[in-house]
Ligand binder design. Sequence first.
Ligand code: MLT
Length: 388
Amino acid sequence: MFKYNCLNPIAKVGLERFTDNYKATDNISEADGVLVRSASMHEMELPESLLAIARAGAGVNNIPLDKCAEKGIVVFNTPGANANGVKELTIAGLLLASRDVIGGVNWVSSAKDDENIAKTAEKEKKKFAGTEIQDKKLGIIGLGAIGVKVANVAKNLGMEVWGYDPYVSVDAAWNLSRDVKHVLNVDDIYANCDYITIHVPLLDSTKGFISEEAIGKMKDGVIILNFARDLLVDEAAVLKAIKAGKVRKYVSDFPNATTAGQDGCIVIPHLGASTEESEDNCAKMAVKELIEYLENGNVINSVNYPTVDMGPCTDNARVAVLSKNIPGTINKFSAVFADLNINISDFTNKSKGEYAYTLMDVEAKITDELIAKLKEVDGVIRVRVVKN
Ligand code: MLT
């Protein structure tokens, strides 16, 4: 029996995937797995028993990834599961920044008592006129699941799309329209594009990616869209640039004290993935990842441990070892098995940055002695018996 704890409401269609072998608990200290959306886990006490955290969403900045890795807690996210929802809102943001639909709708509400509203509207509407997106240049920074979808739709809407991503995956490249101009230097996007949208994860290396210096290189009247994370953009610099007439509009899905209610800013209350479809997709994927890890020890879509997938265990036993990525560790594991005369029938070892994950199927029963000896190997963080 496994126990899981939901730190935020998780769509029913996902939770329904748990079989009778799973029980929900409100007490994180007895949970094997945690499901989370936006709750911040940075200040939380993480119990020793906790094996995995699945984030129903893409961004993982609410989870202390290194602390989790150090404790042998595997963190998953659900890349792509809400990409369509975020894509659709990004396109809405493009249009809302181009034409003052919001100002116009607000004007209609304020003029609701005007008996001649239709006539007045015809006089007033010039205040809310805008520009079209067709034939304008859209620069996309980050061609992951969301960036690619935005690129393809924008292309179909008649925009000229420029894409920048030094780490683009083969999968993303396959899905990207070949009409998208691939640029190798982000400065080309800054210098040429009328709209710039950022779709990269928030990491130490991407914080403040759109800096004051970057804004200085942009075209006058540029529109900047941010449906990724607020800290990717130096928003104080954006406000200065709006005042100076350099930036025409800043659209952000992340309300905060800097941008809320500011002229030139269209700030949305983090609605990118707030659709029934996205919430369902994320919940289904997060629960699937958790089940796969708890039942089979397979790691799929983790952000702090490498991908390891050996399918279900067809031998007598399976053991997983979470460790630091230290050269020579595999030899030490083999020596432990050899000393105890236990045969390993299948084996995968992968590393991701500082951490490694080793999954071993064995013919004999896993004994306390074997576990104790594996734990003694330098750099081992956790030894987990998946099947015995
Ligand atoms: C994401 O990171 O997946 C989106 O921003 C939506 C969310 O945080 O749930």
